[in-house]
Design a protein around this ligand. Structure first.
Ligand SMILES: NC(=O)c1ccc[n+]([C@@H]2O[C@H](COP(=O)([O-])OP(=O)(O)OC[C@H]3O[C@@H](n4cnc5c(N)ncnc54)[C@H](OP(=O)(O)O)[C@@H]3O)[C@@H](O)[C@H]2O)c1
Length: 346
């Protein structure tokens, strides 16, 4: 007898009644108005997958980029080829999620129905929905007991990006690091994680966010509206640019011998030039997409449980207010993360 994926699934104690779910979809690339709340079939986990009943997600800068195809210079065609040339292949955005395990595939060993989990679906997206299937070995971890679903959902996008760039840039204790764009999702994670790893952090942000980044561990704050960090003569071991205003040409004199420039936001040209600039300068330029890893999500959970990593939530919206949330994130002014609560009532 042929066994279906549905039959392969170990159900939670209280099986869900409905076979559909609410999700926010977009059929075309465009402004926040293309987003629509709709009903989709609820997914069924494959053998190695976990079905997550999502209680919170976020709208990231990445969601806005992919929705509107507003990508760094040079990436337009590449993103269309990856995501769908005329129309997006994945209609549901959302890369961060937190919720409960509803059911697991028959080969899953690390998670059980009822576990509180959070994670990152990366370019697969699909988290702006009530349910999502995630590979057991994907970027998924248990939520520490001290975090709400919204707080957990606010961690992985910035956290895994910062950890990946720090790994590639060889950040170590004692390094002097400057984080340009310290108040965004990647910035607030970078400031806290760098401080946790024993680096001495200088944060570049507007005056309005100075107190926030100081409270996260920045020893020094530079208000970019008043001061140009490259004009001070100060030299750093590592510079992280999350804004795109500190490319190698501008930052190189602010990097010491063997210094590393981590271009979280880079154009295609800057990415292609990075190996050349590294080879001729004796410094290292790191660019390109970050990889999200399960061990990094577990580390974020551990640090959040210990209190070394604090989720920063700027605003909260309901799933039904997704377009409004996108409009806010698209301003480029959010502090940390914008959380979206996913209700399962009504
Ligand atoms: N390479 C990768 O794999 C990867 C991964 C994740 C993200 N990214 C990219 O990294 C970038 C940052 O992401 P994010 O989610 O952190 O963005 P975000 O949360 O939208 O960043 C918003 C923050 O940037 C600050 N900001 C704006 N202009 C600034 C400037 N000139 N100088 C300093 N701060 C400034 C804003 O503060 P004020 O309002 O005070 O200016 C605001 O707090 C995005 O472009 C994203 O696409 C790349």
């Amino acid at each position: 007898m042929k066994v279906t994926a549905q039959q392969n699934t170990r159900k939670a104690d209280r099986p869900a009644q409905q076979s559909t779910m609410k999700a926010v979809v977009r059929e075309i690339y465009g402004p926040p108005e293309v987003l629509q709340l709709t009903e989709l079939p609820r997914p069924t986990p494959k053998d190695h997958e976990v079905l997550v009943k999502i209680h919170a997600t976020t709208v990231t800068s990445g969601d806005c980029r992919v929705r509107g195809l507003k990508v760094p210079a040079g990436f337009g065609l590449i993103i269309r080829l990856a995501m769908g040339v005329v129309r997006p292949r994945q209609t549901v955005l959302g890369s961060e999620f937190a919720g409960e395990v509803e059911a697991v595939g028959k080969s899953v060993t690390q998670f059980r129905a009822g576990d509180r989990v959070f994670g990152m679906s990366g370019t697969a997206m699909g988290a702006h929905a009530q349910y999502k299937c995630v590979a057991e070995k994907g970027a998924l971890a248990l939520i520490p007991p001290n975090l709400s679903f919204e707080e957990a959902a606010a961690l992985p996008f910035g956290g895994t990006t910062a950890l990946d760039f720090f790994r590639r840039g060889g950040l170590k204790a004692g390094d002097k690091i400057l984080v340009n764009g310290a108040s965004g999702a990647v910035g607030v994670a970078a400031v806290q994680l760098a401080q946790h790893f024993g680096a001495e952090v200088t944060a570049v942000c507007s005056g309005a966010n100075a107190e926030l980044v100081r409270s996260l561990g920045a020893r020094r704050v530079i208000d970019y509206t008043r001061e140009d960090f490259t004009a001070s003569g100060e030299v750093y071991d590592v510079i992280v640019d999350t804004v795109g205003t500190a490319p190698f040409a501008r930052s190189k004199l602010s990097l010491g011998k063997g210094g590393r420039l981590l271009l979280v936001l880079a154009t295609l040209g800057q990415m292609l030039l990075a190996p050349w600039e590294s080879a001729v300068s004796g410094k290292k330029v790191v660019a390109g997409p970050a990889t999200e890893r399960a061990e990094d999500v577990r580390l974020l959970a551990k640090l959040a449980q210990e209190g070394s990593l604090r989720p920063v939530i700027d605003r909260r919206y309901a799933l039904e207010q997704m377009a409004e949330a996108h409009r806010y994130v698209e301003t480029g002014r959010k502090r940390g993360s914008v959380a979206v609560t996913v209700s399962h009532h009504g």
